[in-house]
Ligand binder design. Sequence first.
Ligand SMILES: *[C@@H]1O[C@H](CO)[C@@H](O)[C@H](O)[C@H]1NC(C)=O
Ligand SMILES: CC(=O)N[C@H]1CO[C@H](CO)[C@@H](O)[C@@H]1O
Length: 366
Amino acid sequence: MKTLLVLAMVGLLAALLGERYMALRQRACGSRELKPKRLPNCHLIKGIENGAEDIEILPNGLAFISAGLKFPGLKSFAPDKRGELLLMDLNEENPRPIELRISRGFDLASLNPHGISVYIDKDDTVYLFVVNHPHYKATVEIFRFVEDDNSLVHLKTITHDLLPSVNDIVALSPDSFYAANDYYFREQILKFLEMFLGLNWANVVYYSPKEVKEVAGGFYFAGGIGISPDGKHVYVSDSMSHSIHVFEKHANFSLSPLKTLQLDSIVDNISIDPYTEDIWIGGHPNGMKLIFYDPENPPGSEVIRIQNILSEKPTVTQVYVDDGSIIQGSSCAAVYDGHLFIGTVFHRLLHCHLDSSSGKGQSNQN
Ligand SMILES: *[C@@H]1O[C@H](CO)[C@@H](O)[C@H](O)[C@H]1NC(C)=O
Ligand SMILES: CC(=O)N[C@H]1CO[C@H](CO)[C@@H](O)[C@@H]1O
């Protein structure tokens, strides 16, 4: 009798795990076959060989890039090299990245930058906020950018119980921000369990020196966050439910959900064109290929543009698709003055010239 009971329980557990595994595959896969959709004028930027995970572009065309991310379970072509923060002047004909110098006192050897965000003060001081994973922990580093000598002065390191697994941030002032946690848990094993069981416990947290609070929750994996140019709306990408969530931002920094846009890709980082207000997203067409890296069958890249997200019928356009033969594992897409930059988790950075027709054709409503 006891044996029977144990067998029944093992069977039940196996069935449960099997079901969870199939559900995880469903979430991580994005089952589509990729039809490449390339742009005519693209080239890979020299000097970026192991990731350009996030890109932030200043109004004057200077771009910050976080490079060399190392993350448990993700490929790295240079596992022993520390991460870097790069600067690139997009006004140049052939922009080249240079490494930003970081002030003494900051533990450079443990730099492992992830999402980044910029805040520009009234007096034009530029603050660079960097999600960092020193020894795979999660911190937010705040730097002041000194343009005269392309350096960063480290101002502070922020850690908090409500910032267990920060992935991306939006800077709101010189010392406050929204942070997207991709997991609820801090420890790797519990994160794995959270992902495996498909718990939607990831959240968005508002941080300031005076107040720290959860402002949105219920995400499977909050992988990207962005704010509208007028500061009234906040966008969160939930990579594992393939959706973009739109929130209204209140004066007290609370967020109320407005709508959710369902897409067909593992949406990652969000970037917003300050002029058109279009939302640009780098996505992973197949998450399994990202996790189980095979150079013979690499993960592809996809760039999606959303126009008029607040309207009843937003226009969703697949602007660029590659099967991985050119660029692998796109994590972000940012535009500046007719140029599109496609960054990746561990691969390279692609620079494309957008002409007036690019991206406008073949829009598919979603
Ligand atoms: C924040 O402001 C919104 C809108 O005014 C309000 O509905 C909400 O209750 C406020 N939240 C807190 C925590 O004060
Ligand atoms: C800036 C940001 O949202 N970071 C995300 C960009 O892409 C990588 C790769 O998946 C994610 O891990 C980060 O979440």
